[in-house]
Design a protein around this ligand. Sequence first.
Ligand code: GDG
Length: 477
Amino acid sequence: TRDQSPAEGTYELVVVANRLPVDRVTDDDGTVRWQQSPGGLVTAMQSVMTGQDGAWVGWSGDPGEAPEPFDSGDMHLHAVGLTEQEIEDHYEGFSNETLWPLYHDVIVPPRFRRRWFDGYRTVNRRFAEVAASLAAPGATVWVHDYQLQLVPAMLRELRPDVRIGWFNHIPFPGVEIFAQLPWRKHVVQGLLGADLLGFQRRADADNFLRVCRRLLGLHTRGGTVEVPGPGDSTRVVRASSFPISIDAASLSDLARTPEVMERARQIRRDLGDPEHVLLGVDRLDYTKGIRHRLKAYEELLSDGVLAPPQAVLVQVATPSRERVSAYIQLREQVEVTVGRANGDFGHLGMPAIHYLHQSYGRAEMAAMFLAADVMLVTPLRDGMNLVAKEYVTCRHDDGGALVLSEFTGAAGELDRAFICNPHDIDGLKYTIRHALDADPAEKRRRMRAMRRRVAEYDVSRWAGDFLAALDAAPDRP
Ligand code: GDG
């Protein structure tokens, strides 16, 4: 197998991400096959990997030994195996109970456990070793996200010849918050193994640069960090922003199909042809502001401003991280609130809130977006938020209105949305009413402007910009 292969591989572009771009599915007759995962990263990478000699390193999603490497389309897929214990320590523990809350403004308290960090380091090393064995001399390696922050330095040690980029899909916190992390220096030194560090917003890159100055005493200049090397040498690492996007053309095409458009009408009929359909679509995660949104909606119901059957809220909450305690708690809180609102304000056959703890196919999501008069995207903190970009992209009719939290990366680009602060419940209620009542011509203008932005800066531009900057690093492209 490739694990015994020489220290160098043959792939010119190696993507390293927590998950492989495919999921293992078992058919009714028991046969096991791999199916492309729905995520946006997969689509983004496909556009840059087509015709390239590319490999992807990631975990399969199941515990135990990794399946043999295999080819899929234009990509060589190399799975990394994780034991049950490593999943607990590296993934559920350090990634999702330490880093995730820490990087999202400590909305819930992060938990610091030494065993988790040991697991994180072990797993990061395994990813780095596999990437090192696959990369051709002088290849480009693109590492993704907070689960793999030690990989850049580990990889540089093994393979000083390769060009290393890292992209953070989530926010990077301010130095006062980041400083809580007992392993803060390990993490920063891990990242500084890269040539280019990509962030969603300029503010995230600036937070990282400030961390380098304040916690490591490093010198920074114009978006770069000077890292002392052996002797008198210095390496320069660039930190820049690259707001991620979606495959706008293909989603827009999907939303224009007669099937999806008919399905959108059917959804409105199924909801009882209300005057106002409001929609939320999120992973069931405490960063998404679902509780704040429900609180505002419940108050609009109790104030008598909105009432079923004229108004309904549909909340899709996709199951997520179901073994992590903060997520179990959040689910209980959300379900109590929905139950109370329906008990107090619903009628027979007319709930106030349609709550769906399920996931749906792409076409069904597009139909829901098309059916919604107001889309509620109210995170307390979110790196970007692709749902906001997907909603406006589906609105080829220029209909609908987007209520968008100022604490999302998306708000930087979609500034024609109805911007809200989800912590301010009165303000959120006001913004929802404003989005419902605003002049239709004004709403269309806003929607058109937002659609244009996403159509122009789509995910292949994002990936292309990142790779061009990596190619040019440490200089600007
Ligand atoms: C992280 C960062 C950043 C959700 N439910 C279903 C479904 N989805 C899709 C959405 C969207 C994606 O999942 C979620 O992306 P988000 O950006 O909204 O949020 P995170 O999962 O937290 O993603 C985030 C992102 O990485 C990319 O860098 O924007 O800030 O937190 O595409 O549509 N898709 C389908 N069925 C569902 O039930 N098909």
